[in-house]
Design a binder for this molecule. Structure first.
Ligand code: B12
Ligand code: SF4
Length: 342
């Protein structure tokens, strides 16, 4: 086996695997196996030519560190590659503490595939994009939208337990696939981290409408459940084009609720088209405009709040649409309730 990917324990729901881990491992074409830490067998570590793990949610560190120490004790020579949001922030610390030999920072798929290919072939690894290693100067590069468009967040036949449990329901944090429509966001609200602009390089990437439709068709054919789309705060013209494409290609026969993380208010007419495209229920999750960072100009904020109020009225009358606000600041839940109130 060329690549063994392990998802460590320590999370609120350990069954949830980062979307970026699936897209990164799928970018590597060689032989691969995915395991949760709880089902990992030492023989699998002994067979792997490269071991990868995620340190994505910071709370996973309690399982990540013992996992790496275990792999090191069994296979001191095997290269350990780590990726994820938290790993990206702590790349230097992980390398210095020998908790990783290579850390992917930011856009990971292109660099990860090239790195694992080089390690398996015994080639030099210096200079690969977004790959951090001890004693080497990293090369930062945003992926292009064309490269982002072909990232595969659905295939998981190499990770059989995830493939099975990701179809199950859960009261909180179901393990279903996340389809990243946008990577990053024009804004940088601290509780969301939607923007890579302030951390992993300028700008943000958006998948093409045709690319999203292709993934939705595949997800429906795979009979996946609890799919979520992360859209961030898409500029209105890109949201319009996406909804047009989805409406034209639908309906997509999902049995379960489809989640949309979307901070650009859709119109009631667009909401109705999405309800028609997804005959299961549709749930919008947003962060209220008053919490956006940098703060919106007063007129923009008032305009967006008005649009959310209009959408809330539509959702109240619909039996198949839901609207949630994600709030963490003091008093913000009350403000969100007031925003949605009749
Ligand atoms: C959708 C989402 C979820 C989904 C799950 C999505 C999933 N399966 O990936 C749900 C709703 C389940 C969720 C839950 C939680 N989430 Co969340 N989530 C997000 C959100 C909004 C989008 C993630 C996303 O799809 N990004 C786009 C994809 C493609 O990129 P990515 O996953 O970031 O991965 C990139 C790299 O990190 C890398 N990568 C990731 N893993 C790996 C692994 C390897 C081997 C490699 C090479 C690379 C790699 O690849 C990608 C780039 O190429 C982000 C915020 C944001 N705007 O990004 C928060 C975010 C990631 N979540 C966060 C948190 C805190 C949580 C919770 C702990 C919330 C809570 N307090 O209850 C839970 C934990 C869940 C658990 N496992 O128990 C934080 C993480 C902060 C931190 N450093 O810990 C974020 C940043 C938001 C925030 N600021 O609060 N989340
Ligand atoms: S909360 Fe919304 S607007 Fe703010 S960074 Fe995240 S996706 Fe963007």
């Amino acid at each position: 086996m060329d690549l063994l990917y392990v998802h460590p324990h320590g999370h609120l729901n350990d069954l949830v695997v980062p979307a970026g881990a699936l897209t990164s491992v799928n970018a590597f074409a060689g032989s691969k196996l995915g395991r949760y830490a709880f089902e990992l067998d030492d023989d699998e570590i002994l067979e792997a030519r490269v071991v990868a793990a995620d340190l994505h949610w910071a709370l996973g560190v309690s399982g990540f560190a013992p996992l790496v120490r275990h792999v090191r004790a069994l296979r001191p020579e095997v290269p350990i590659v780590v990726g994820g949001v938290t790993a990206g922030h702590l790349a230097r610390e992980l390398l210095d503490a020998r908790l990783a030999d290579f850390v992917l920072v930011g856009d990971s798929e292109v660099g990860f595939a090239a790195l694992v290919e080089a390690l398996v072939a015994g080639r030099a690894t210096a200079g690969l994009p977004n790959v951090h290693a001890r004693g080497e100067a990293p090369v930062a590069r945003r992926m292009t939208e064309a490269e982002f468009d072909v990232t595969d967040c659905l295939t998981a036949d190499w990770f059989p337990t995830y493939d099975a449990v990701s179809r199950l329901d859960a009261a909180a944090f179901p393990a279903g696939r996340t389809l990243p429509v946008a990577r990053g966001c024009p804004l940088r609200c601290p509780d969301c981290y939607g923007s890579y602009a302030s951390t992993y390089g300028a700008g943000y990437l958006v998948r093409s409408p045709a690319g999203v439709v292709g993934l939705l068709r595949r997800a429906a054919a795979m009979e996946l459940a609890n799919l979520r789309l992360f859209l961030g705060k898409l500029p209105a013209p890109r949201l319009d084009a996406l909804i047009d494409a989805i409406a034209a290609a639908g309906p997509f026969p999902f049995d379960s609720m489809l989640g949309l993380f979307l901070c650009t208010p859709p119109s009631p007419e667009q909401c109705a088209r999405l309800e028609a495209a997804f005959p299961g229920e549709v749930a919008f999750s947003m962060v209220p405009p008053a919490e956006h960072v940098p703060a919106l100009p007063d007129a923009t904020r008032a305009h967006e709040e008005g649009a959310w109020r209009t959408l809330a009225a539509h959702v109240r009358a619909s039996s198949r649409a839901h609207l949630d606000a994600w709030t963490t600041a003091r008093g913000s839940a009350e403000r969100a309730r007031a925003l949605f109130a009749p």
